[in-house]
Design a protein around this ligand. Structure first.
Ligand code: THU
Length: 134
C-alpha cells in the first residue's frame, strides 16, 4: 500500500471519531507486517479522562485481533501543523509497534514522516524489566 493510501484510510477512520467534547477528530491507520490495515479514531466520553486516542484504538484493535508486527502508522487531524502522537500513545506504539514509521497528515496533505525511535528517545520498555514474563 502506498503512503497516500494509508493516509486515506486514516482520513476515513477520522470520520468515525467520537469527539463531542473537544471537537478534535483524529484518525489513524496502522499497517501490520502482513499488509493488513487496522484503523482507529479517538473516542471521548463524559468523564473526559477516559478518552482514547486514535493511535491507541488502532493498536489495541490490532493486538486484540492477533497482530504482533507492524510497519507504519498514519495519523490524520484537521490542523495546519502536524498532529503528532501524545506521550501515552508514543509509549504504547513503541512497546507494541517498535520503530514504526509515523506518517502525519491533515485533510489536504502529508505533513511529515518520523520514526518512533526519534519521537520517543531513551524509552522505558520491557528490556529494562528483563523481558516480559510468560
Ligand atoms: N487525540 C488523538 O486521538 N490523537 C492524537 O495524536 C492527539 C489527540 C485526541 C484525544 C482527544 O479526543 C482529542 O484528540 C483532543 O485532545
Amino acid at each position: 500500500m502506498t503512503h497516500d493510501a494509508l493516509i486515506a484510510a486514516a482520513r476515513r477512520a477520522r470520520e468515525n471519531a467520537l469527539a463531542a467534547f473537544s471537537q478534535f477528530k483524529v484518525g489513524a491507520a496502522l499497517e501490520t507486517a502482513d499488509g493488513t490495515i487496522v484503523t482507529g479514531c479517538n473516542i471521548e466520553n463524559a468523564t473526559y479522562g477516559l478518552t482514547l486516542c486514535a493511535e491507541r484504538v488502532a493498536m489495541f484493535k490490532a493486538l486484540s485481533e492477533g497482530h504482533r508486527h507492524f510497519t507504519r502508522i498514519a495519523v490524520v487531524a484537521d490542523t495546519g501543523e502536524p498532529t503528532s502522537p501524545c506521550g501515552p500513545c508514543r509509549q504504547i506504539l513503541w512497546e507494541f509497534g517498535g520503530n514504526l514509521e509515523v506518517i502525519l497528515a491533515n485533510l489536504q496533505e502529508e505533513k511529515g514522516r518520523y520514526l518512533m525511535r526519534d519521537l520517543l528517545p531513551l524509552p522505558f520498555d520491557a528490556r529494562l524489566l528483563g523481558g516480559p514474563k510468560p
